[in-house]
Design a protein around this ligand. Sequence first.
Ligand code: PGA
Length: 268
Amino acid sequence: MRIIIEQNPEAASIRAAGWISQLIRKKPKCVLGLATGSTPLAVYGELIRQHREEDLDWSQVTSFNLDEYVGLPPTHPQSYRYFMDENLFRHINIPTQNVNVPDGRALDFERYCRTYEKLIQQAGGIDLQLLGIGADGHIAFNEPGSSLGSRTRIKTLTRKTIEDNARFFESPSEVPRMAITMGVGTILDSRQCLLLATGGHKAEAVAKTVEGPVTSQITASALQLHRDVVVVLDESAAALLQRVDYYREVEQVQREIESAFVSEPSGG
Ligand code: PGA
């Protein structure tokens, strides 16, 4: 895992956005895995800015979102489809037909989940999967106890997740009890994962994910099994990591290598 620690949430979000926009510029026809929640909001803000001010072109990008609440139509203000439309899609030039968010209203969920997996495969697989992390260490809606080999399916939300997400609804009783979510196995199939976490309330989950054992009780810890993961944190989210000095040293060396590589004259 490459651990990048920025000073504050803004800097961490800009760093994560830079990762995504660099891929889009390098591979205009890329497949992005996208996430919802409070954490990616500033990332999307920066990507919209780059689209408006720096010609970041989304016309060939395909996207797949991680999850959606069961039962909410895309027009519901708390549905993840609505979130994505409002906070990213309607501000950029990604074609609607290239956008995939699981449909929480599917009638035959088993079949629908298989189709979602197939669509990802047909698109060539996900190049870069953006991830947030729950305070209980979940990625997407893979709650503690989820199989680390799981694929897209229906998941019952934990009380903790329902409480955490109740802030977006009028009351906890309005939060859907189930979600359709990519599995841990689906996420691990992505070519690269970019986990973004900010704030002290994520510090414990981050420490367990990065430095704890791989366990289905902290589904994000499965990322240790992936060969290309970048974890972008702010100082607060990194506060409980034991090996911060080492991560900073590695990052310093990494930057030196990258800048040497960039300044290398091409073609010679
Ligand atoms: P948050 O959610 O970004 O709103 O904290 C993250 C998650 O639960 O995956």
